[in-house]
Design a protein around this ligand. Sequence first.
Ligand code: DX5
Ligand code: ZN
Length: 214
Amino acid sequence: MIKVAPSILSADFCKMAKAMDSLKEWGANIVHCDVMDGVYVPNITFGMPMIKDLRRYTELPLDAHLMITEPEKYVGKFCEAGADIVTFHPEASLDVSGALDIIRCHGKKCGLAVNADMDLKIAIPYLSQIDLLVIMTVQAGFGGQSFMENCLEKARAADEIRKRDGLDFEIEVDGGVCPANIAKVKLAGADIAVAGSAVFKAADPRSAVAAMQI
Ligand code: DX5
Ligand code: ZN
């Protein structure tokens, strides 16, 4: 069954504790935390302090998606702040393997994210080292964007590779996912679906989450 990871980028930042209670009530599986530095992406969100406070407040797994430059400098700090999963964009890193090792050494799950405008090949050399591969179906930087179905081709290709090579990383599809396209997302091999606006802006968020747990 697809695990649903609502992105708190679409939540009300003035009511984040309430958002955590709601996510539990709505049956969400994971909390997706979009960290942006205004350099790798043209937006700035939050950093380690947010993760630290969310950790104190919820037992849900925290999935930190780092859209930052030189993530190798910060991945350890996000692990220490309480993230359970830390992913980053390889083209933004000067030491991809080193950053993955740091996350692993903290006993956390590590992963790479492939932006909409990037080729899957940037992640291929590391597939045996990761627990999670994030396939962006929007260009990183903002919530509420339109789903880019052509990016699912990368999820399908990654699914083929993991079957062929007996690898066990999970595939997370991130960006514009909603009940209307979740069947295609699942068919492409996704294990986890990130949904920000489809959950937090839904008239009935609980049904929206359930509709994507297929
Ligand atoms: C975009 C983020 C996504 C985004 C998802 O850079 O990585 O996680 O917040 O939000 P929706 O589901 O609204 O596209
Ligand atoms: Zn994200």
